[in-house]
Ligand binder design. Structure first.
Ligand code: BG6
Length: 476
């Protein structure tokens, strides 16, 4: 059996990590442009260090990124050569509405995406569009306090109406918010939230989350009204949390961490807040800003599929003394002695993908879409610019194999798989170019030097074979 015949194989990127051209054709400034590379990045993306404009002391990699704004035809042709059936990308909100609160969209921005989608269709590649991949126009951050302000729902709704109508017939797969749970770990990068002193950060994050959840339901409603063919998904930064020991305290802690992550998806899939969140917020004295009609909207407009990213599992403990966490997609985790880790400390766990898929599918019984997975590694090109990346092929083949087991043996309904960063792009957590995920090498370094030349890596031919065999041939 294996994967369905129409399985959507492809790759995924985010506008700010690849497009560059941050001020071209009227594009406005966004929160994601203002995350510099270096020591200050963490403070900025967590909303602790105020960076509302560029300064001369920092380098901002998103400004030029890999200039896909100008290279997209060449890049999509390479994706097509690998046999992509889907390309997941995000729209830069500030290309369409430079300030975010205008009533008339920027035609140049719309045309850019329209051309790009047409280019995809030229090769029978289905675009899968993330409406917001962490980005928020800076004007909305400065004037409205970003998602802590309910008015953002109106601006987001306007964006959705414009793009659903304009791209009707060109796009049918949509994701409302990338990794919606990331707001808890990186609130400025994920939702434009910067915290003033003495602000109750947790309360602000839950309030902003409520606004995003209402906006997501509204987007789902409008998408279905504009075109019943539209399929709308949510998107979770996933990865099963394992208890560090069989001590029931650790098991309970792992369950709590799991719930904290699933809460967003519970709302987007089941249409209501789960009891465990309502109880927790009650104890913390946090009031959710429900307004008339919110409850019904959430209930009636749930998503069609569940998109998620998977890079790693995590390990949690109830012991407060165990604070020695290591890297893992911005979510803290304890080391797992049974696993090896990437050069950035992300623990490699292919069986964890099968475990995660089963956990999500058991919980919701909705089709799943793995919209991010991959290995960020240092690549060393030879004198011709060629990269022999067996380590990446190994990672991906093990994960695809685990994913096949979940489909074939466990019966999980999976729509598709998009590898993160099929072409090297800027890292979201660190801002580095040297943390590469691609099948295609891009000549650019952490300081912004390089020719931007694209070169196929060894994994390019390998992924092509994986796709043409519909995931049956993973050998290398
Ligand atoms: C996900 C994000 O969290 O992980 C992407 O949706 C990000 O934007 C990806 O790039 C990989 O993380 P990083 O930090 O290695 O780029």
């Amino acid at each position: 059996m294996g994967f369905r015949e129409d399985f959507l194989w492809g790759g995924a990127t985010a506008a700010n990590q690849c497009e560059g051209a941050y001020n071209v054709d009227g594009r406005g400034l966004a929160n994601v442009d203002l995350a510099p590379i270096g020591d200050d990045r963490v403070g900025v993306i967590k909303g602790k260090l105020k960076m509302f404009d560029f300064d001369d002391q920092h380098f901002y990699p998103a400004k030029e990124a890999i200039d896909m704004f100008h290279y997209y035809k060449e890049d999509i042709a390479l994706f097509a050569e690998m046999g992509f059936r889907v390309y997941r990308l995000s729209i830069a909100w500030s290309r369409i509405f430079p300030n975010g609160d205008e009533t008339v969209p920027n035609e140049a921005g719309l045309r850019f995406y329209e051309d790009l989608f047409k280019e995809c269709h030229k090769y029978n590649i289905e675009p899968l569009v993330t409406i917001t991949h962490f980005d928020c126009p800076m004007h909305l951050v400065k004037e409205y306090g970003a998602w802590r302000n309910r008015t953002l729902i109106t601006f987001y709704e306007r964006l959705c109406r414009v793009i659903f109508n304009r791209f009707k017939g060109l796009v049918k797969y949509w994701i409302t918010f990338n990794e919606i749970n990331m707001i808890m770990e990186a609130p400025f990068m994920a939702a434009g939230l910067y915290f003033e002193e003495n602000e109750n950060e947790e309360a602000v994050k839950y309030i902003a989350s409520h606004h995003e959840l209402v906006a997501s339901a509204l987007a789902t409603k409008i998408a279905h009204e504009v075109d019943p063919e539209n399929k709308v998904g949510c998107m979770l930064a996933a990865g099963a949390p394992y208890p560090r020991t069989s001590n029931p305290e650790d098991v309970w802690k792992a369950k709590q961490v799991e719930n904290e992550n699933y809460f967003f998806i519970d709302v987007q899939v089941r249409g209501e807040y789960p009891a465990y969140v309502l109880k927790a917020l009650e104890r913390k004295n946090i009031t959710l800003p429900f307004e008339e009609g919110d409850k019904e909207l959430l209930k009636e407009h749930t998503v069609d599929f569940i998109g998620f990213s998977y890079y790693s599992s995590s390990v949690v403990s109830a012991d407060p003394e165990l604070t020695d966490t290591i890297g893992g997609n911005l979510f803290p985790t304890l080391p797992n002695p049974y696993l090896k880790a990437s050069e950035w400390g992300w623990q490699i766990d292919s069986l964890g993908l099968r475990i995660t898929m089963n956990a999500i599918y058991d919980r919701y019984q909705k089709p799943l879409f793995i919209v991010e997975n991959g290995l960020g590694a240092v690549d060393t090109p030879d004198e011709n610019g060629y990269v022999d990346d067996d380590y990446r092929i190994k990672y991906l083949s093990e994960h695809i194999s685990a994913m096949r087991h979940a489909v074939e043996y466990d019966g999980v309904d999976l729509l598709g798989y998009t590898v993160w960063g099929p072409i090297d792009i800027v890292s979201a957590s660190t801002g580095e170019m040297n943390k590469r995920y691609g099948f295609i090498y891009v000549d650019r370094d952490n300081e912004g030097r390089g020719t931007l030349k694209r070169t196929k890596k060894k994994s390019f031919e390998w992924y092509k074979k994986v796709i043409s065999s519909n995931g049956r041939d993973l050998d290398f």
